[in-house]
Unconditional design. Structure first.
Length: 180
């Protein structure tokens, strides 16, 4: 195998992993499974935008329809990032980032509830770390964010996003399906 074929294979692998929204890194899938999700998917947002792209809608629609064919959906959990990674301990996100993630969460939730008729959709703003009370009370928010962080699915630094940013979550949402 010569260097040109190695480089060609590497470029193809990077292109495929970047263009496929269903292609999850193992840490994201692991976090979802640890939390009890039966299906896990990831969608991307255009930078600075909160509206769902047609591609993201198609991906969500396919996942929900596939889940409905397998049984009754209990709930969907949606972890949503702004255009930055999960904050490090002690760091605080800007008001703009918090609002962008909230707007994205609302877009995903409204699409799932209104168009796909799923009754229970919980969203998690990944620009904010769980607070002390949430951690103490072991709330769903604290459990979800902690599981995502512990598994590596919520990278905080450039080092944690991978060599080609394949683990980066900025401008993304992770959707987890829970069945009855």
């Amino acid at each position: 195998m010569n260097i040109q074929s190695v480089i060609g294979s590497l470029i193809l692998a990077v292109a495929l992993s970047a263009s496929t929204s269903f292609a999850l890194d193992s840490s994201t899938e692991s976090a979802g499974k640890t939390l009890g999700a039966k299906m896990v998917s990831e969608i991307s947002f255009d930078e600075g935008k909160s509206t769902l792209t047609d591609s993201a809608k198609d991906d969500i629609r396919k996942m929900v329809n596939e889940a409905k064919q397998k049984g009754k959906i209990d709930e969907l959990k949606v972890a949503v990032w702004a255009d930055r990674e999960y904050p490090t301990e002690g760091a605080k996100a800007s008001k703009q980032d918090v609002n962008l993630a909230n707007d994205r969460a609302r877009s995903v939730k409204n699409f799932i509830k209104d168009e796909l008729k799923v009754g229970s959709v919980n969203t998690y703003n990944m620009t904010e770390r769980p607070n002390a009370l949430q951690k103490f009370m072991h709330t769903d928010t604290a459990k979800t964010k902690t599981a995502m962080e512990d598994s590596g699915a919520a990278p905080r630094t450039q080092d944690e996003t991978g060599f080609f940013n394949q683990k980066a979550k900025s401008s993304k949402a992770v959707i987890m399906v829970y069945m009855k």
